[in-house]
Ligand binder design. Structure first.
Ligand SMILES: CC(C)(COP(=O)(O)OP(=O)(O)OC[C@H]1O[C@@H](n2cnc3c(N)ncnc32)[C@H](O)[C@@H]1OP(=O)(O)O)[C@@H](O)C(=O)NCCC(=O)NCCS
Length: 178
């Protein structure tokens, strides 16, 4: 398990799946904001890639997030789009509603940076988020991510086009902060 100050990132367990489906992916508004494709329900029998891990997909590493204090599941995190030629990847995370606003998000970003830069030897990590996702922007910037651009009206979310912000962090910038 990868450990931060408050959170651990571990493999996906079978018992995580119904909790993540119900609390995270059944939320139409949250799902529409978090993903760049239309929300649709996930049936319990489906082997949806967001829930069920396929270890043969090398460019995508999904984690379940647990609170270290009680070993309770609090969300999901990913290193995705891993490009071993350019040594880049994207990070993503989603906390269960009850776990938001407690500082876990910033800690998860820190652990994903450690995994990307130290364990995987990457040189660049990237985050794309909606321009009004202040908690995500702040969690990224606290960890040294820099706003590199705005993708104007690039996301269709619940009836309107919203801007997305692209943030990047380079390995040497992260090491200088550590
Ligand atoms: C986005 C998310 C991961 C952030 O994690 P979190 O644990 O809720 O955030 P934190 O408690 O670590 O807060 C991060 C910072 O944002 C600030 N913040 C939180 N909500 C805010 C708001 N509405 N406006 C402004 N700042 C806010 C916090 O004060 C904190 O700043 P600080 O470190 O200076 O105190 C989490 O809220 C979440 O999972 N949301 C739903 C899914 C999602 O949006 N995922 C990201 C998709 S790219």
């Amino acid at each position: 398990m990868l450990k931060g100050e408050k959170v651990g990132l571990r493999a996906r367990y079978e018992e995580d799946i119904p909790i993540l489906r119900t609390e995270l992916y059944d939320d139409v508004e949250g799902g529409s904001r978090a993903e760049s494709r239309p929300w649709r329900p996930i049936s319990p029998s489906s082997k949806d890639r967001r829930l069920h891990v396929d270890d043969s997909v090398a460019e995508h590493v999904p984690f379940s997030i647990v609170e270290l204090a009680g070993d309770t599941l609090i969300g999901t995190a990913n290193l995705w789009g891993i490009d071993t030629h350019n040594r880049t990847a994207h990070i993503g995370l989603g906390l269960l509603p009850s776990a938001r606003g407690k500082g876990y998000g910033s800690d998860v970003v820190a652990v994903l940076c450690h995994y990307g830069f130290v364990v995987r030897g990457l040189q660049r990590l990237q985050i794309e988020t909606l321009a009004d996702n202040y908690a995500m922007l702040r969690a990224a910037e606290r960890n040294g991510f820099v706003r590199e651009g705005v993708l104007r009206k690039s996301a269709w979310v619940m009836g309107e086009f919203l801007d997305e912000v692209l943030l990047g962090l380079l390995a040497h910038e992260w090491k200088a902060m550590s």
